[in-house]
Ligand binder design. Structure first.
Ligand SMILES: [Zn+2]
Length: 76
């Protein structure tokens, strides 16, 4: 049996990799062409690629990142 109307909780979820470029945090999905860019100084956000049926999430605290600003922005 194939169900074409899966509830939202059944949506595919992709975890994105993140890194920093200047004032921007860049989230790149390793599974598709989704890219999200967030300027952590202005709050401006740009997204491209991806699919409405896929939920994307990412963590804004790369383990390898040494910039303390990033850790203060992820508090709370
Ligand atoms: Zn994806």
């Amino acid at each position: 049996m194939i169900n074409f109307n899966l509830p939202d909780s059944q949506k595919t979820s992709h975890e994105c990799n993140s890194h920093k470029e200047g004032d921007w945090m860049i989230f790149i999905c390793p599974h598709c062409d989704y890219v999200r860019q967030i300027n952590y100084k202005t709050g401006k956000m740009k997204t491209s690629g991806g699919d409405d049926n896929i939920i994307h999430h990412g963590v804004q605290a790369p383990r390898f990142e040494k910039d303390p600003l990033l850790f203060t922005t992820s508090v709370n």
